[in-house]
Structures are given as C-alpha cells and as structure tokens.
Design a binder for this molecule. Sequence first.
Ligand code: HEM
Length: 399
Amino acid sequence: MTRTEPVSDWTTDFEVLDESYVLDPFSRWDELRGTCPIASTDRRGRAWLPTTYEDVTALARDVARFSSIDTAVITTEVNPEDPQLPYGLPPITSDPPLHTWTRRLLLPWFSHAKVASYEPMTRQLCASLVDARLAEGRADAAADYAQQIPVRVIGAILGVPEQLSATFTGWVRDALEFADDPERRRRGNFGIGYYLWDRINERRDEEGEDLLSYLLHARVDGEPIDDMIILGMAMLTMIAGIDTTWSAIGSSLWHLATHDEDRERLVAEPGLMDTAVEELLRAYSPVTMARIVTEDVEFRGCPMRAGDKVLMNFPAANRDPAAFERADEVVLDRAENRHVAFGSGIHRCAGSNLARMELRVALEEWLAKVPTFHLADGAEVLWAGGQVRGPREMEVVFE
Ligand code: HEM
C-alpha cells in the first residue's frame, strides 16, 4: 500500500515514508551526500534532512537554535480539544533546564549495575521464545522474537504486568510507526497515557520498587515533581525502549539471515559479540529524531526559518564514508566505532546500556540455539520506517 505521493526530486521534496526510502535509505543518502547533503521538503511543513556525520553532530550540539520541543519526524495536526501534556515527554522533548534534572532522575535506572540486574530475566525470556519455535524449525524473527523482548523488560522496570505486553506494543506502534495517521497516533498516545496515569494514581500511597513509585516519591529542590512531568517521563520510558530495541534486534537478525559469512563468523568467534553489537547498531541505526529551528539561521548555506523541522538523521551519519571506512559494509570486528545510533550531545540515549544488553543477549540466545538460519523462500520482509526503522515481519527457517 502506498501511503505517500511520489517524490519529484529528492533534494527538494524528500519523503521519509516513501516505500523506496523505507526499503533502502542507504543509496539515497549516498546520492544526496554527493549532490545536496542537506535535502529539504515542504510536505507536512518545511523540513530539512542532513546526511553527513559532521552536520548531524553539529546540529545536535546546537541546542539553543535547534530545540527538542517537537522531536516527531512525522508532523500531524493536533486536535486542540484533546488533553495535552504541558511538559511533553521529558527529557527527550525538553530543552535545559527541564531536560537537565529530568534526565538526571532517569539515568540511575539504566546504570550498568541496574542493567546487569535485568540480564537474567532477559536471557530466560529470549531462551524461552526461541525454544517455543524450535520444533517448528521456523519463526517470524521480527514478530515472534524481536518484538517480544523489549516490551517485557521495560514492563518489569515500570511495574506493568506481562499480560499487557501485546497491548502496549500496539499502542507504541500506533504512536510512532503509524504517526502519519492522526487517529492511530492519538489512539496510541491516549492508550499509553491513560494507562500510566491510572498506575501513577494507584502508587501514590505505596512504597513500590518500580520507576513510577520512585518518581512519585522523589524530591527536586525539596519539592515533589509535577504530576504531568511524572506522566510524561513514564510515557517516554515506555515509548523510547520498545520500537527502538525491537528494530535493532530485528535488523541484526535480518543481517545475519542474509549474510552467511558474518553469521558463521559470529557463531565461531563469540568473543566478537561486543564489537558486532556496536557495528550492527551503526549499520542499521533505527532512530531518527527531529528538532525545531528557534530563529532564522543559515546552516551550511541552507536558509532555515524559525519553526522549520530538522531531522536528526543519525542513521545516515553512521553510513557517512567521511566518518567511517567501508561505511556501507558490516565489519564485525570494527575497532574504532564512534557511531551515533544513540544520538549525540545532551540528549544521547539514556537507555543505551539497557538497549545494548538486550541486543547482545537476544543475539547470544538465538545463535546458541539456532546457529544456522536464513530468510524463508519467497518470504517478504515488511520494513517500518519514519521515526524508527526496522523489520516488522520476517519469516526465517532454521537448519
Ligand atoms: C537500540 C535501541 C535504542 C536506540 C537506537 C535509541 C536511540 C536513541 C536516540 C537516537 C536518542 C536521542 C534522541 C534525540 O537526540 O532527540 C535517544 C534518547 C533516549 N532514549 Fe533511547 N534508544 C534505544 C533504546 C532505549 C531504551 C531501551 C530506553 C529505555 C527506556 C531508551 C530511553 C531513552 C531516553 C529516556 C532518551 C532521552 C534522553 C534525553 O533526552 O536526554 N532508549 N535514544
């Protein structure tokens, strides 16, 4: 199904939801870097698409002129009658000073020590998901496996019951993946928001061990945190960790299903896992974010106006040959890898330790039980794109 009008010129009319771009953005970025390294479009308002590492990281550093107040890659109309979150989703949609202290509150939940404590449950979960498919000898590696992992891990951190995993995944997909459909976006955001609001109210008088209880009892400069900030932070924690990690696990398995030499090498040399995880994150970076231009500015010759959007194209930065040798190849033992899959600057991913652990454990458990697998004959891989790129359906057979 085509969701967008055909693109007339990629330098002045780019469309991130165009089917050809969702399937293969890589060749498009290579082409743009050679002709017009910052493309533009007037679809859904004016927006800019940088494609080099240098430009994306420079934009990320300039938080005064490129604000995070709206990070949605796909702009949709907001119904003014709908209830709004007055502080957005801190810290990701905040600029300093709100950004600074809300980020500081979240970081301890994703420290190395905390993440290590979630590893046994993640490992057990991954093992049981593969076991459930072994007898059949095939699986949808995106839907039956990758999709099932992050939502359960985040659910445990937030104190959300496991039975609601599928509902949550549906809401997060509506909010991010189908963001060009205002009704779906609304349904996703409202589903997550009202659910978490009820949980927040339940926990007010309890001393729980989960993130919601912690935020309810935290004090900043001696004051409790505004309820709407707590709700925004809880929603962000749910939204930020699901589609993203699912996509990274799915894309990595897609790579291993389609590149026998890399899969065989990783099975034979498990010591490569850490560099392989970084390299797969670099090569298949799932996340693009947006910034809003706060004042008219000329950036690298582009006349950006206040209110324009700039897409933080971290995935393209990671494929820039000026920053990485053999940028379009996956080099499992790449020694130096300053990739920006987790962003760059003050908004760098707060959950990166957790994401890395989930990706590593998901690959380890899968490869331990299924060392040889490939795409099923005739299987069509369904890719999602836009804010988060990754496979959503991917039938593989085991050997
Ligand atoms: C492979 C998986 C993931 C990827 C590729 C990823 C990517 C990113 C990126 C690119 C940003 C920067 C946003 C910006 O510059 O506007 C970000 C921020 C963030 N991520 Fe992740 N993320 C992943 C997983 C997670 C997980 C598991 C969590 C845990 C809940 C998480 C929580 C956050 C938070 C809270 C922020 C906001 C940080 C801030 O604004 O200071 N992410 N992530």
